[in-house]
Design a binder for this molecule. Structure first.
Ligand SMILES: Nc1ncnc2c1ncn2[C@@H]1O[C@H](COP(=O)(O)OP(=O)(O)O)[C@@H](O)[C@H]1O
Ligand SMILES: [Mg+2]
Length: 235
């Protein structure tokens, strides 16, 4: 469904993404792991159109989306949940969710999407009228993912949804991701520093170091030692 070939993205002289090739088949959950500064966020920003690649191709279904504007990419069904979620704290939970479904004209469809999101994330259902600034970190991440789901995406790009969350809350988020893939066939590219959590739900994983893919393997085959080396920069 998503295929990158030799993608390069840079900020001035810094090549944050340095020739990345990867494939995410439809209906699968793929993890991208790597230490702080490895280029994970830059990779997602390049896929979603926020950063224009210097070279390489990015295909979503049968369209080359390299250099396409972010709002057009989102409307194609490829939706990015940024690091920290990007929730608008001045708005209520309900208003944030409405923003996610705004461009869908069909009101009945929007109501159905809202019902599904609240079913996936029960804590949000009881906080609909609350200002988003009053949410816990976990609830905020749920809201960020819920907002993305309001547009009924075909594929989600998630940037470190477990960042700063307690292990139990992280596990809850991972369970929802698994359910989205199993029940709805949603395709997910999950960026995480938290390798253990990501590998518990992913089928395949890539590990980035200095903007390059250093491991490309089935999730179950990636050992703690291999990750240890990568995170310590030994590869
Ligand atoms: N806006 C930016 N301008 C310049 N350099 C950046 C910018 N964003 C990230 N970088 C650099 O790109 C590299 C990769 O960063 P990033 O993609 O944020 O990694 P990660 O998400 O894996 O922590 C780092 O060296 C970082 O300092
Ligand atoms: Mg990052």
């Amino acid at each position: 469904m998503l295929e990158l070939s030799a993608v390069v993205a840079a900020y001035g002289a810094v090549r944050a993404v340095d020739g990345v090739s990867m494939a995410v088949p439809a209906g699968t959950l793929t993890a991208v792991l790597g230490a702080n500064g490895a280029g994970k966020t830059s990779l997602l920003r390049t896929i979603s159109g926020l950063v224009t690649p210097r070279s390489g191709s990015i295909r979503f279904d049968d369209t080359d989306i390299a250099g396409v504007a972010p709002d057009r990419i989102a409307r194609m069904g490829l939706v990015h949940v940024p690091e920290h979620g990007g929730v608008i704290t001045e708005l209520t939970v309900r208003e944030n969710l409405r923003l996610g479904g705004l461009w869908r004209r069909d009101k009945a469809d929007r109501a159905a999407a809202l019902g599904e999101v609240l079913d996936l994330f029960p804590p949000l259902a009881v906080r609909l009228a609350a200002q988003a600034s009053t949410l816990s970190g976990g609830e905020r991440q749920m809201l960020a993912i819920g907002r993305a789901l309001m547009s009924r995406p075909r594929m989600l790009l998630l940037d470190e949804p477990s960042l700063g969350l307690a292990p139990l809350v992280t596990a809850q988020i991972m369970r929802v991701l698994r359910r989205l893939r199993e029940d709805r066939g949603l395709t997910v590219l999950l960026v995480e520093q938290n390798a253990r959590s990501a590998l518990s739900v992913a089928e395949h994983a890539y590990v980035l170091a200095l903007g390059r893919v250093v491991v490309d393997a089935p999730a179950h085959s990636i050992t703690a030692e291999a990750l240890h080396d990568v995170y310590l920069g030994a590869t």
